[in-house]
Design a protein. Structure first.
Length: 241
């Protein structure tokens, strides 16, 4: 049964990573009420899930309006997806390009399932806008991150639930330098420092190595993208930590 919610409410797919943290801040700036949902699918980098509560608490303290708008958090168990997936994100395997031409970190159907489950949750919560940090400009080549994929999925979900559903992807057309720039625009230095210190991106789940741009192994594709974006943004804007 639908729960009455403000017309401008959103459900953010929130992993505890850099992109989803920036999307959560973006949603808190835009919508009257914001809920979050995370997914445990047996991911190798589950360290990011451990950062979610810290990030939510810090965002509440950052702006009074964000504190008022940030509402319930949900965690869904999709461990069966991890058991089905022979990938470097769900197994102790080398990160490489496969024979199919995709990174071995690609988990087939992951984002499709994430949004489908989020839509089911949103339906029960009376939320029709789903927000995700997918990006087609500066990404790892995942076909389920593409705008066409997600907007087609939104149409299918709307048809299948007989309810208007919108999928928002504020990072879709910007690169990682642009993501850092958006972070600064949304919350200035405090938000940039929060993303550096508390969000997690590293595919190997390493939080024992601190870099200028955050924690991680420093060499996996996720760390590489984050580092290059940070360095490019700093060079363009002269940001000083």
């Amino acid at each position: 049964m639908d729960t009455a919610m403000p017309a401008t409410s959103a459900l953010v797919l929130f992993s505890g990573g850099q992109d989803s943290t920036v999307c959560l801040a973006w949603a808190l700036d835009k919508y009257e009420r914001v809920e979050t949902v995370g997914f445990n699918y047996g991911q190798r980098h589950s360290a990011e899930l451990g950062q979610r509560d810290r990030l939510r608490a810090a965002l509440r303290e950052m702006k009074p309006e964000w504190d008022e708008r940030l509402s319930s958090d949900h965690m869904l168990d999709l461990t069966e997806l991890g058991r089905l997936s022979e990938t470097a994100l769900t197994r102790d395997a080398e990160i490489e390009i496969t024979a199919a031409g995709l990174p071995s970190t690609f988990v087939p159907g992951r984002n499709l399932l994430f949004f489908t489950y989020a839509a089911a949750l949103g339906y029960r919560r009376g939320i029709r806008t789903l927000v995700g940090g997918m990006c087609e400009t500066d990404f790892s080549g995942y076909p389920d991150c593409r705008n066409d994929t997600l907007q087609t999925l939104a149409k299918a979900i709307a048809l299948g639930t007989d309810t208007p559903v919108t999928i928002e992807t504020p990072l879709m057309w910007i690169d990682k330098a642009g993501t850092w720039d958006l972070t600064n625009k949304l919350g200035g230095k405090p938000l940039v420092e929060l993303v550096v210190e508390e969000s997690h991106t590293c595919y190997l789940g390493i939080r024992s190595r601190r870099h200028e741009w955050g924690y991680g192994c420093g060499h996996c594709p996720a760390c590489d993208l984050r580092r290059k974006g940070w360095e490019s943004w700093r060079a363009q804007n002269g940001y000083a930590p």
